[in-house]
Write a protein that binds this ligand. Structure first.
Ligand code: ZN
Length: 425
């Protein structure tokens, strides 16, 4: 098509010009959330939360009982529908909220029986395959023949055998503050591990820092920053963070060589209130902590930031890397876009390549992002110029392979960091 008339030509040019402006404006717009985030996620001032009523409920003339009276529990109501069908209602701490509907409760009956238990959710749809336990310590994923999911209604109906001993039913194995404390205490027996409190959460639970290192304090050393469990249901990320940290703190020769050159500043339980209260996503301020790393409206993010900030002026310490542990519906690493200059350059892509070579059959996705969003990794980059990764484990990852692969990533990352440090000597 040829356009000869000058007025038409002018009109076309204006249309094209305004289109270009629209495109430009939208690309420079402030980050307002990822595709899966609810509206208003980046507004991180306190939002009201609905406290969970802690109680036990008996139905069918007191013959079947359910309870949420334990740490990490989430169960909001319980009804009998008919002779064999019972319904559990699960609600989030507040909403809008991402669809990570955590649940955890105990159920028992006065005599041995088989029941159908329907999990129903307010403001969410069924996501996590139920895990069962008889003691709250050893967990097994439910037999897939015993669960029917209705994706339209967003419910799941479980066939359970119950008796007088409580059966624990939860979205994932329960990993609460107490278990983190036991783990931290066992690591603190090593002379190169120190546990500190950097502040307190909304509900006055301590925010722990684990400091690992054996470097000569008069020599320059690298720093690795580790954060975890900002999102309570992300238990596989929590397990991976502990495995990873265990490797950095181990007696193995690679780890002791690493600790002579590097310190690890780790905050493995960044949202202790959310974990304790069985939240779907938020802290006790009703906020997604991993969207608060620009505004810093929440005590948990402020305290971790304030503990790390002195590293900026520390002439003997240089931040090399940040790792933030999470879980989602796949194993995926989120590096920083290759085009962005980080220190070290290209670090994440290199270690992921080595990991993929070591485990060619292990499914791992990689998706790079720019640094505009208010997440931990981007704050580490903006503050220290350091490279970083959001390390996401599949919710349903096989727990044994999760262990093997995460140990291996710790080894690869330690080796690669030692190489980087050598380059600077
Ligand atoms: Zn997460």
């Amino acid at each position: 098509m040829t356009i000869r008339h000058p007025v038409i030509l002018l009109a076309y040019s204006l249309v094209i010009l305004s289109l270009l402006l629209v495109v430009n404006c939208s690309s420079s717009e402030e980050f307002s959330g990822f595709s899966y985030d609810p509206e208003g996620v980046t507004i991180t001032t306190d939002k009201e939360i609905q406290p969970q009523h802690k109680r036990r409920i008996g139905v069918n003339k007191g013959s079947i009982w359910i309870s949420n009276e334990f740490a990490g529990a989430r169960m909001n109501d319980f009804y009998q529908v008919n002779d064999t069908l019972y319904r559990v209602l699960i609600e989030p701490e507040n909403h809008p909220v991402n669809n990570s509907p955590w649940y955890a409760f105990k159920i028992w009956s006065d005599s041995s029986k088989t029941v159908d238990l329907q999990l129903t959710y307010k403001h969410g749809k069924h996501r996590y395959i139920p895990k069962l336990s008889h003691d709250g310590r050893n967990w097994q994923r439910i037999d897939s023949a015993k669960v029917r999911t209705d994706t339209t209604a967003g419910t799941a109906t479980l066939t359970l055998h119950i008796d007088t001993e409580p059966l624990w039913v939860a979205a994932q194995e329960i990993l609460t503050g107490k278990k983190y404390n036991q783990w931290a205490d066992s690591l603190a027996s090593k002379p190169w591990v120190t546990i500190d409190t950097v502040g307190y959460s909304h509900q006055h639970r301590p925010i722990y820092k684990m400091l690992i290192g054996q470097a000569d304090s008069s020599q320059p050393q690298g720093v690795v920053i580790i954060t975890g469990r900002q999102h309570p249901p992300e238990v596989t990320g929590g397990i991976a963070s502990q495995i990873f940290i265990n490797e950095l703190a181990s007696e193995k020769p690679l780890a002791s060589q690493f600790r002579k050159e590097f310190e690890v500043w780790a905050y493995p339980l960044a949202n202790p209130d959310g974990v304790q209260q069985g939240h779907w996503r938020h802290n006790a301020g009703g906020v997604d902590l991993n969207r608060d790393w620009i505004n810093f409206n929440q005590p948990e993010t402020q305290e971790i930031r304030d503990d790390l900030l002195p590293l900026k002026r520390d002439s003997l310490r240089k931040v090399y890397y940040g790792i933030d542990f999470h879980s989602t519906d796949e194993n995926i690493f989120y590096p920083i876009n290759r085009e962005i200059d980080t220190f070290p350059q290209d670090f994440t892509f290199q270690w992921i390549d080595s990991l993929k070579k070591a485990f060619p059959d292990y499914p791992v996705d990689v998706e790079a992002f720019d640094t505009s969003s208010p997440i931990t990794k981007n704050w580490v980059y903006r503050t220290f110029g350091a490279d970083g990764v959001t390390y996401e484990l599949n919710d349903e990852a096989n727990r044994d392979s999760l262990r093997t692969v995460t140990q291996q990533s710790a080894h690869i990352i330690m080796r690669q960091l030692l190489e980087e440090k050598k380059k600077r000597k």
